[in-house]
Design a protein around this ligand. Structure first.
Ligand SMILES: [Zn+2]
Length: 361
């Protein structure tokens, strides 16, 4: 048998170690789900995330964005350079080294973030019993939220077009979200996180919009990144959502509810408006799917400034081809289709269930 060259052996080792790290990550995640109490695994993950987030917090720009850009460019450049220098073998060597990097990043992702999925459901942790409810109750809660939303809409600042404008800088809004977490029902959970505020995505926000992303949490650096290309009504809510990931809420829909609760509990006009606005959309979409007549009743309860902000959000989302959210579809189709569904005892998705449990408790 032909002996492998030193160069090939080295490449093979990188590949094997990369695969090894990825397998460790998968097993670590699986173990966290299998254990009765994986609290120590989640605590370890949060400890690593805290160290990473605090390390990168010295940099005002999101390191995550630089990693996306230079990671992609650097990977392509390395394969091309090694390919030119060493032909097929050289390019393969570069791919093996990249596989090692990918394995290491996945391992970090699993150890710090995926393990958080083993936590008890957020509703249980907050003592919110997710009972069944009827479309009549959905309408009732929707009307309560709409009324609170109308009140908040009258208190916030508006620009020359009459659209909502935050009363403070981004940093101030993020700080207020942090204070709300620290003084609200999720204070103990929040304290387990890094406490580092999210950063704005200055370089890749347009690309994020095309992917229908308002923000993201990046486990390899422990950073939360919030897009600059979002409507004003999304800013506080998205900030609170990404913060929720940073203190161990892994599931998307639970992070949505955490953001709602953070905003509603804040007592701050900007946060309350953003949280209620997005909470309303979830209830609106659920009722629209369940009962068109009751949905019309709900939608007609909204004040004009809220409707203007909803339209602004739809216009913004419509700019990105194929990325119109449920609400946009709901409003566009509402007057055409009016089939309705009988009252039923069913679930409309976790965020709606948790909002319902919160208001009906
Ligand atoms: Zn999220």
């Amino acid at each position: 048998m032909k002996k492998l060259s030193r160069e090939s052996r080295e490449s093979l080792l990188f590949l094997i170690f990369g695969a090894f790290l990825a397998i460790i990550g998968i097993l670590w995640y699986r173990l966290s789900l299998a254990l009765e109490d994986a609290g120590w695994m989640r605590a370890f993950g949060l400890f690593v995330s805290r160290c990473l987030a605090r390390f990168w917090s010295v940099m005002p720009l999101a390191a995550a964005e630089l990693i996306w850009i230079f990671g992609a460019l650097g990977a392509a450049a390395a394969v091309i350079y090694m390919g030119i220098k060493g032909g097929f073998k050289g390019a393969l060597g570069a791919v093996c080294r990249l596989a090692f990097g990918a394995g290491a990043i996945y391992c970090l992702f699993a150890v710090t973030y995926l393990v958080q999925f083993s936590a008890e459901p957020l509703g249980d942790a907050l003592g919110l019993k997710s009972a069944s409810y009827t479309t009549e109750e959905l309408l009732e809660v929707g009307l309560t939220v709409a009324s609170q939303l109308n009140d908040a809409a009258a208190r916030v600042e508006r620009d020359e077009k009459g659209l909502y404008r935050p009363s403070a800088s981004y940093g101030e809004i993020a700080q207020r979200a942090k204070e709300s977490y620290l003084s609200g029902s999720m204070a103990d959970m929040y304290k387990k996180g890094s406490g580092v505020l999210p950063k704005r995505g200055c370089l890749l926000s347009k690309a994020m919009s095309r992917l229908d992303l308002a923000g993201y949490y990046f486990p390899p650096t422990g950073e939360s990144v919030v897009s600059t290309d979002i409507v004003a009504t999304s800013v506080a809510n998205t900030t609170a959502h990404e913060m929720a990931h940073s203190f161990g809420i892994g599931r998307e829909k639970e992070a949505n509810f955490a953001a709602f609760l953070c905003c509603v509990e804040s007592g701050d006009d900007d946060l309350m408006y953003s949280g209620l606005f997005n909470g309303y959309i979830a209830l609106n979409n659920a009722l629209y799917r369940a009962d068109k007549d009751r949905w019309k009743q709900l939608y007609s309860a909204l004040s004009q400034p809220v409707r203007d902000d909803l339209e602004a959000k739809n216009r913004h989302l419509a700019k990105y081809e194929g990325k119109i959210n449920d609400f946009g579809n709901a409003v566009n189709d509402a007057m055409i289709k009016s089939t309705g569904q009988p009252d039923g005892v069913q679930s409309y998705g976790l965020v709606v269930d948790l909002i319902m449990a919160y208001y009906l408790k």
